[in-house]
Design a protein around this ligand. Structure first.
Ligand code: SAJ
Length: 446
């Protein structure tokens, strides 16, 4: 089959699509391509996940609008089938790879899952297959690692026996299908014809703008867009620390700064979690050489990674105002996931805050309406508490009756990391108050 025949099979939806990795990225991806009329074969290493999917049940926790219904529809309609066996990919014309690409403690990329997926695919893929990497990778990975590995194991030549592309995912928990169906995508290809073929493929599932380019540019765009966000959050966090030290209110400062044209100061908080921002900056710099050391990007990571520790210091400070120490005090954390209104715990700053509090001898109670195993109600979570720490802006926390809670706690002390309730509501309810980005009692206009 030639590249034009492959393109024709994509245009006619006759192409069989393989998706390797059925997690937050791969499962919605498999569903929307199945819903667009393609036959889709999903591959995952987890037996229980494969079984759940084939039964039409989503293994993804948290609120994901329409995903459960879509999955049920495409599995019942026979358009999506999941398997652990790579043999199922022998018939695939296009295979998308969406496996984890983490970084290690030393911030170096760990591409074991990616190389395993590429090797297994190369062992079964037929001639003239289009392989697209959706996972976020360090710039130069496609050209230096993925392409040569696929050639070596398959015995096929790049751009002759198979075609290669990089269309980096832009998912966000809570908006998996919405982002897939509407966000613009960068379609990097191993040749202009391949990039055009990738544009044609993704046109079947998204109304977003599709930008053809080369693989290196696609790798740089993805890692840069997340590094940009991480650095800007670090800037907001550093301004918050400055405001605390000089007696300012970063939330008020941010509002007024953003009235200045061309400013968009992001929000400080208790830290940066998730599966993207904590690792993508390290991927961006991973292969950067040439006698210079990146400074700003690593420094921003240190600022953001330092925020959980700062939250613990705010707790220590507000407890001291009641002559209490961390050791022996009960601290209630409201919010354990890394984002509002989702169940995703990956790299959540709350995990580090809890660990540090417990290391200092505090008795920590965790409340999170989205995370299983946490205390059921806010009221029961704060009962007997010496300090409440608001870590995540879950919708539920906007409706809390702080006056009522002041009669339930043992010590009325409160630390806000996300400016969720504003100081006056809490202070007027009788709580001692600290906040990221505000000095002292934080008594200032809401
Ligand atoms: N955060 C702040 N201050 C902010 C924004 C976020 O502290 O102003 C924290 C959040 O609390 C969270 C972490 O940063 O702990 C990450 O938040 P996020 O809003 O960036 O959410 P993510 O990690 O799911 O980011 C994803 C990214 N999308 C992809 O990688 C495809 C990111 O590029 C998007 O900008 C983001 O979703 C989004 O806004 O959709």
């Amino acid at each position: 089959m030639t590249v034009s025949q492959l393109r024709a099979r994509i245009d006619s939806r006759e192409a069989v699509i393989g998706v390797i990795g059925l997690g937050y990225v791969g499962l919605p991806l498999a569903c929307v391509f199945a819903d667009a009329g393609f036959r889709v074969v999903g591959i995952d290493i987890h037996t229980e996940r494969v079984a759940l999917i084939n039964a039409g049940n989503s293994p993804i926790e948290g609120r994901e609008p329409d995903l459960a219904e879509l999955l049920m529809r495409v599995t019942r309609g026979g358009r999506l089938r999941a398997s652990r066996d790579y043999e199922s990919l022998r018939e695939a014309d296009v295979t998308l790879i969406a496996v984890e690409t983490p970084v290690g403690e030393d911030h170096s990329p760990h591409f074991h899952a990616l190389t395993a997926a590429c090797s297994a695919l190369a062992g079964v893929m037929k001639d003239n297959t289009l392989v697209i990497i959706e996972s976020t990778v360090a710039p130069l990975t496609i050209d230096r690692l993925v392409g040569p590995l696929l050639e070596q194991v398959s015995g096929l030549r790049l751009n002759e026996g198979f075609y290669l592309g990089h269309c980096p995912e832009r998912v966000m928990p809570g908006r998996l299908l919405a982002n897939l169906r509407h966000l613009s995508r960068v379609c990097g290809g191993s040749s202009p014809e391949t990039a055009a073929m990738i544009v044609a493929l993704y046109r079947a599932i998204t109304t977003g703008e599709l930008d053809p380019t080369d693989c290196l540019t696609a790798e740089l765009v993805k890692t840069t867009e997340n590094t940009y966000r991480d650095v800007n959050i670090a800037f907001a966090n550093e301004v918050a620390l400055i405001c605390e030290s000089v007696g300012g209110d970063v939330w008020r400062v941010r509002d007024l700064v953003n009235k200045s044209p061309g400013r968009n100061m992001l929000m400080p908080g208790g830290g940066v979690g998730g599966h993207c921002l904590p690792k993508d900056p390290w991927l961006l710099v991973a292969n950067a050489r040439g006698g210079f050391a990146t400074q700003l990007i690593a420094a921003a990571r240190r600022v953001n990674d330092g925020m959980p520790n700062h939250v613990v210091e705010l707790v220590r400070d507000v407890l001291a105002q009641s002559d209490r120490t961390l050791d022996g005090s009960r601290v209630t954390l409201l919010g354990y996931s890394y984002l509002p209104n989702v169940a995703d715990l990956r790299n959540s700053p709350s995990i580090e805050v809890v660990a540090q509090l417990r290391r200092h001898g505090a008795d920590v109670v965790i409340h999170d309406p989205y995370v299983g195993g946490s205390t059921a109600s806010v009221d029961s979570a704060v009962r007997g508490s010496d300090c409440i720490v608001l870590m995540v802006a879950h919708d539920e926390y906007a409706a809390v009756d702080w006056s009522a809670l002041s009669h339930v706690v043992r010590t009325p002390a409160f630390v806000d990391t996300r400016n969720i309730v504003g100081p006056s509501a809490v202070i007027s309810a009788g709580f001692l108050y600290r906040s990221v980005g505000r000095a002292g009692s934080g008594a200032s206009a809401d």
